[in-house]
Design a protein around this ligand. Structure first.
Ligand SMILES: [Zn+2]
Ligand SMILES: [Zn+2]
Length: 136
């Protein structure tokens, strides 16, 4: 069996990517940085091996939103695309909703729910963590 392929990109199409293989983690993040960077109350992410993500059109522009991580987005349309910890360059997170088929992957947990906005009701039974995901 061949590895699954996940393709996606930003709203304007200037930046496109292809990720190969199963993600190591798919989660909803409720942290304040994701909220601010996206303008949305929660951001679903999928973590891939960096070497298995290729940029098929353009490249994301990076912003160091904190001292420990960088965020990538389309410089033209602003779509948030990536998140990467400085001390974990071997892994990169892609915004799940930027996939051409976001339904192809399903989040399995919620993280940073200590900053979940209270008007957002979660009705799933997924595990929720007030901080980062537990170390695997
Ligand atoms: Zn764009
Ligand atoms: Zn976050």
């Amino acid at each position: 069996m061949s590895d699954p392929v996940f393709e996606g990109g930003c709203l304007c199409g200037a930046v496109r990517y292809r990720a190969t293989g199963e993600p190591s983690l798919v989660c909803f993040c409720h942290c304040r940085l994701c909220q601010r960077a996206s303008g949305a109350p929660v951001v679903p992410w999928a973590s891939f091996s960096t070497e298995r993500v290729e940029w098929t059109a353009g490249r994301p522009t990076s912003y160091a939103a904190s001292t420990w991580a960088i965020r990538g987005f389309c410089a033209r349309c602003g779509t948030p695309l990536t998140f990467q910890f400085n001390d974990r360059p071997e892994s990169i997170d892609l915004t799940l909703a930027s996939l051409d088929r976001p339904q192809a992957l399903k989040p399995t947990l919620h993280i940073h729910t200590s900053s979940r906005v209270e008007w957002l009701t979660l009705s799933d039974d997924l595990p929720a963590y007030p901080g980062p995901p537990p170390k695997s």
